[in-house]
Design a protein around this ligand. Structure first.
Ligand SMILES: Nc1ncnc2c1ncn2[C@@H]1O[C@H](COP(=O)(O)OP(=O)(O)O)[C@@H](O)[C@H]1O
Ligand SMILES: [Mg+2]
Length: 358
């Protein structure tokens, strides 16, 4: 059994969801026999002491508001925690995007989930789509607009987009929780939607709007990735937007999704192939759009999926016969295995250099 740090909260809009996810993860890790050190991060990125972190876990605090003082010294709460492995449960930017993973790498600290590169790639929708496409995997047709081009000459930047039929979906390339996402029904609305998306990232992704079903599949593993059963999101709103995700609670999950065995198998294999394409390991929830007769297309890979008691990622594994305590235990085990391999690669380099010098 290990001493596991669970980092949660953080700077993204998913701060509160992250706290709820952390409560579930901490409960499951404790149930699996691990010793847990809660590591809360405030909304302005300060690492918090054990007492405040514990209060959030217990449910006394629903968010960890902005703190006074400099950020860097607060890292001592992580540095002094004597943890053997970190389980990041910080969704979105500064958590899911490779930055927290990079901090762990610098500290030589094993951590749960995808590595720096895979996390960063999955977080950037345009880069991720280009990568999936180059591996021959199906994605929804798209183009993108760079903020600097749009600022210099909006009409020209939009004209350079590939011709796609309306409706379109416009979103920030780096983002999450549907923040900045708009459905656009006509050319007149496009400019405003791009302008809006560019408030959240320097690149806007423009995608053909798919009239179809939203399906999701969970992936778990190290060098051999496994796929769970497939689930479906039934949005309560026009699409699965921020309000629908966090405010209204009207969206429904159907597990397993009511799709043919052929589509199920296709999605399961695409989920593993998509994760492999970005060099990912650990965990991910891979999302798909399924349209009429055409096959499913990968829309995004979430390397730090929601982990609340009602979240799709753990629920799909539960349905597949893997209960939460065993799921988190497996993730910790993978973190140690990846770390060991990484060390042996470093040793390989040292040996090679030593031989050169000999
Ligand atoms: N190309 C598309 N066609 C149809 N619906 C889409 C498309 N892109 C996004 N959506 C809708 O918008 C939601 C949010 O988009 P998504 O790409 O998943 O971004 P986020 O990372 O913010 O979750 C999706 O769950 C879906 O309901
Ligand atoms: Mg999404």
């Amino acid at each position: 059994m290990a001493r596991v740090g669970v980092a949660f909260g953080g700077r993204s809009v998913e701060h509160q969801v992250s706290i709820r996810s952390a409560r579930t993860v901490i409960g499951a890790l404790t149930g699996a026999g691990h010793e847990v050190v809660p590591l809360g991060i405030s909304q302005d990125g300060r690492w918090l002491d054990r007492e405040l972190s514990q209060r959030a876990v217990k449910g006394d605090l629903d968010n960890l508001g902005a703190m006074e003082g400099e950020l860097a010294p607060t890292l001592r709460h992580l540095l002094d925690s004597s943890i053997e492995v970190l389980f990041p449960v910080v969704h979105g930017t500064w958590g899911e995007d490779g930055t927290l993973q990079g901090l762990c790498e610098m500290l030589d600290l094993p951590y749960v989930g995808a590595s720096v590169g895979a996390s960063a790639l999955a977080m950037d929708k345009v880069l991720c789509k280009r990568q999936l496409e180059s591996c021959g995997l199906p994605v929804v047709e798209y183009g993108w607009v760079r903020g600097s081009d749009f600022e210099a000459h909006p009409e020209r930047a939009l004209k350079a987009l590939p011709r796609l039929p309306f409706p379109l979906f416009v979103k920030p390339s780096i983002g999450g929780s549907s923040v900045g996402v708009r459905k656009v029904g006509s050319p007149e609305e496009l400019q405003e939607a791009v302008d809006f998306a560019l408030r959240f990232d320097t690149t806007a992704l423009v995608e053909r709007g798919v009239q179809g079903r939203e399906l999701e599949c969970s992936v778990l593993g190290d060098q051999q990735l496994e796929a769970s059963v497939v689930g479906e999101i039934l949005p309560g709103n026009l699409f699965y937007d921020y309000e629908d995700k966090y405010l209204l609670d009207t969206a429904e999950l159907e597990i397993p999704a009511d799709v043919s065995p052929r589509v199920t198998e296709r999605i399961r294999s695409l989920a593993v192939d998509s994760m492999t394409a970005i060099g990912g390991h650990g965990m991910a929830r891979v999302d798909f759009l399924l349209e009429g007769e055409t096959g499913p297309a990968t829309t995004e890979i979430n390397t730090l999926p929601g982990f609340t008691s009602i979240s799709m990622y753990p629920k799909l594994w539960e349905e597949a016969g893997l209960p939460l305590p065993r799921l988190v235990d497996r993730l910790v085990e993978i973190a140690f295995a990846v770390h060991l391999r990484r060390r042996s690669l470093d040793d390989g380099i040292k040996d090679w250099l030593a031989q050169l010098g000999a």
